[in-house]
Structure formats: C-alpha cells, structure tokens
Write a protein that binds this ligand. Structure first.
Ligand code: FAD
Length: 450
C-alpha cells in the first residue's frame, strides 16, 4: 500500500463502497481503507435492514450504484426489491439479506481493478499540510502503514478523518449535546407471522399502520404499545422503548428486531462504546424474553443472530460549508448544488427517553442534499459523506438513512475524480458538471432531475 492514490476512501461501509466504485469507474486509482475485517458498515456489521428509501411517493429518487446493489441482490434472491412500507413512514422499504450483502460487496470490489482494499486497518492519523491532507496512517498489529493521496473521502460514519485533520465538527443536539441512542440489532426465527397478521387485523389501534396496505404484504411492524407498557409495569422490560419495531426477514418466520436502545453514551469514546455493547447484549436477552412472553406469534421464537457491532445513529457531524437544517427537511427544500435526494422524515429516537418522533410536512415528500454539506471549511481535498455530513441533529435524523448515504457516496467519489482531473480543490469543481455527470452514470442528482 505504500503507493500514491488519486482518491483515498476512509471507511468501507454504506457510503464508502459506492464512493470508491464511483471514483474508480471514473478512472481514479483508489484506496479503500476499512477498520473491520468485513465490508458494508452498518448494513452488514450492525445488521441494519431494510434499506430506506428509494422512493418519494410513486417516484424513484435514488438510482445509480445504490440501485445496482439492489439489482444484484435481487439476482441472488437476497431482496424482494422495493416494497410498500406497511408502517407508512416512507413509501417503500427495501428488505435485504445482510449476509448476502457482505458477499456481494466482496464480489463487486473484486471486479474493480482500480480499487485497492485494505481491511482490518483503523485510520489513526491524518497528516495535513497547508490545509490539504497529505496522507493517512493506519495502525494494526503489523505496525503502521502510511497511505498518501490527492483527495480523501471521510466515509467513516463517525467523522474520524474530520477529527484527525482537525476540521470542525459538532455532536448531539444543541441543548445538551446528547446524540440519538445506539441500538444492537438482532434476528429471531420461529415467529408465527400469520398470528402477528391476525393480531394486527383485529387490533389496528395498537399499530402505526399505512391504511393503504394489507396485513398480507411484506411486514414492517411498529406498535404493540399496550404490550410494551404492561411488560414495563410488570418489570419485565426495562429498556427505554415505547413500542415493538421489527421487519419481516427473507426466510420464513424470521424477523429483524430494532428495539434495543442504549442512551447517554458516546460512540466515539472507547469506554462508552464498550459499555454500550455490554448494555446492548443485555437488552437483546431481555427483549427476546419479553417477545416470547408478551407478543402474539413470538411464543416459540429463538434468537437467531446478533449484529457484530452496535449500530450508531449519530456521532460527529461536520461543521461544513452549509449545514442542512430541520426546516430544509420539513419544507422539502431544493438546492442549486444538490447531489442527492432524501425522502426520509425527521425520525428522532429520543437521546434520553423512550419516544420515537417523526416529522414531515408533506407525507412522502423529499428534499435535496447540497454538495456544500460535504465540504469542510478548511481542508481543501477532503469530502465528507454518509452520516457525518454537515447537518443539524434534527436534519441528520432524516439524511442519515442508507439509500441516501449510498447516493452521497457516489457523488463524493465522482466529485473527487473531477477534482483530480481538473486539478482544483474539491470545493472548486463545477457543480453543474458534477450533477450532469451523476445523471450520466445513472444517479439522481437532485429533486429537479427526478
Ligand atoms: C440501529 C440503527 C438502525 C437503522 N435503521 C435503518 C433502517 O432501517 N434503514 C436505513 O436505511 N437506515 C437505517 N439506519 C441508518 C443507516 O444504517 C446509517 O446511517 C448508514 O448506514 C450510515 O452509513 P455510513 O456509510 O455513513 O456509515 P457506515 O455504514 O457505518 O460505514 C462506516 C464504515 O467506516 C468504518 N470506519 C469507521 N472508522 C474508521 C476508521 N477510523 N478507519 C477505518 N475505517 C473506519 C466502519 O468500520 C464502517 O465500515 C439505521 C442505523 C442504526 C444505527
């Protein structure tokens, strides 16, 4: 790896992989550096599924490499594709087999000769001279490796490169700096889904439900409020959660549960993160016991798999050239320098309680994400993508979603390629040309292109 790269993508997750592919397909020599031994980030290591969301109402707002990933999963029978969201939070969700996604990413990256992948390699240092990153350093049991490049992409989710290059960032909500909770995802098998469907039909008041959907569709379930309350009153459920939230899996009787909630800990502090993993695992145990005892259809369920690592919704966020706001989300804002679209509402899992709040003006609307949210104020050759872009706590609660992270990654990779080819800072590329090039490679650069 002691080579010089055009584009160094830091983090091989949801956003980093499309970033690397996009740069490589534009002729760049790319390094993709990942701290874990696997690829895919939150969607694989943290078991986050389904992907959300490719549609605003009837209109598809995310295509490009993100759609290519879905198509290739579909060829492996590892997704039913985009299906209606029975919860009604978004118009479509895209259930995926997260194990198949791991396989697919290895296959996709093997087919890209311009990408050199380095796994098991946490980036611990960035060397910056005259406001430009010269190199990053990874540290492992093998010692240290220095990787130099012309441009860098922070796709670490946690904004590690923002931090290491001494760019400005913020964490948490304005009033107290607290971030959204972390959640350890898990799968259970042996669920009698017909019993769940019957229960929903007979007790609709217990659920957040999309009235246009039938209970026979692919199931996303948000509810069982009174069951959760009763279990909490009985002392059988202590986690700060007001509902059961799960999604049907691709195998009969299997569901992915998004219920654990670890609050008031920092995802970028090793001691806190360790504590969060311990708390998360204890919560999984407790939740499975609760599901078996209280939820119709789960009586004989069995813990099938627990995510390799706890999922982090929010940590460092860039203080960039433009900061996306709640108003931008709520008003479905369009921007001249849009590079991707997001059709997810503001979805705040309370940092200090049990609530889950959604906010959206026009149901199933969408907003643009401007290129400036990816641009630091000082460092001239760094683009930030995924869930550490410049957004307020509230706006990130919408923009952090997987399909949008993939679309942002594709834009970041292309923007770096243009910066290298034109020999200009990443902030000086022609954004109109970036949008046109995104469209050429099959992506959607903003609402006006939908
Ligand atoms: C519990 C939970 C539930 C969610 N539910 C949904 C959902 O239902 N649908 C949906 O679409 N989205 C959901 N999301 C949001 C979504 O999964 C994430 O916001 C998105 O995947 C983030 O993408 P990313 O590329 O920014 O980060 P990641 O996918 O996390 O990728 C970051 C990568 O960088 C690597 N990395 C980090 N630091 C370093 C370093 N120093 N050196 C090298 N590598 C590093 C990591 O190992 C990782 O592979 C959920 C998130 C969580 C946590």
């Amino acid at each position: 790896m002691n080579e010089y790269f055009d584009v160094v993508v830091c983090g091989g997750g949801t956003s980093g992989i499309p970033a690397a592919i996009s740069a490589a397909r534009n002729g760049m020599k790319v390094a993709l550096i990942e701290k874990s031994s696997g690829l895919g980030g939150s969607n694989t290591n943290a078991m986050v599924s389904p992907l959300m969301t490719f549609h605003a109402g009837e209109k598809q707002v995310i295509r490009g490499i993100a759609q290519e990933i879905v198509d290739r999963l579909s060829e492996r029978s590892a997704t039913p594709g985009h299906v209606r969201d029975t919860i009604g939070m978004v118009s479509t969700i895209t259930p995926i087999d997260t194990e198949a996604l791991k396989m697919l990413y290895f296959e996709m990256l093997s087919a890209e000769p311009n990408i050199s992948v380095l796994l098991g390699s946490p980036i611990t240092k960035a060397t910056v001279k005259q406001n430009a990153i010269q190199s990053i350093t990874v540290s492992g049991r093998y010692g240290k490796i220095v990787i130099s490049g012309k441009t860098f992409i922070d796709a670490t989710g946690d904004g590690d490169i923002i931090n290491l290059s001494k760019e400005n960032y913020v964490m948490g909500r304005t009033k107290d700096g607290m971030s959204q909770p972390m959640s350890l995802m898990f799968k259970v098998s042996g669920v009698d889904l017909q019993k769940v469907r019957d229960y929903i039909s007979n007790n609709p008041e217990q659920f957040i439900w999309n009235s246009q959907c039938s209970v026979d569709e692919y199931l996303g379930v948000s509810g069982f409020f009174s069951h959760v309350k009763r279990a909490q009153e009985n002392g059988d459920l202590t986690i700060p959660r007001d509902r059961v939230l799960f999604f049907q899996g691709l195998v009969d009787g299997e569901v992915t549960v998004n219920m654990t909630r670890v609050i008031k800990l920092s995802a970028v502090d090793a001691y806190d993160l360790t504590k969060a993993e311990f708390e998360g695992h204890a919560q999984v145990d407790e939740t499975v016991r609760f599901l078996k005892k209280y939820i119709p259809g789960f009586e004989n369920c069995r813990l099938q798999a627990v995510a390799n690592s706890i999922g982090v919704r929010e940590s460092r966020r860039l203080s960039g050239t433009y900061t996306l706001t709640a108003n931008d989300v709520i008003n479905n804002q369009q921007f001249d320098d849009s590079v991707a679209v997001c059709a997810f509402p503001i979805d705040i899992h309370s940092p200090d309680g049990s609530a889950l709040d959604w906010e959206r003006n026009e149901r199933f609307g969408c907003f643009d994400i401007p290129y400036r949210t990816m641009l630091p104020k000082k460092v001239t050759n760094l683009i930030v993508t995924g869930r550490c872009i410049s957004a307020t706590h509230e706006a990130l609660a919408a923009a952090r979603i997987s399909a949008t992270a993939m679309a942002l990654g594709e834009a970041a990779g292309l923007a770096c390629a243009m910066s290298v080819k034109e020999d200009v800072d990443v902030g000086k590329i022609n954004v109109g040309a970036l949008q046109k090039n995104l469209l050429k490679q099959g992506a959607i650069a903003g609402k006006k292109y939908v």
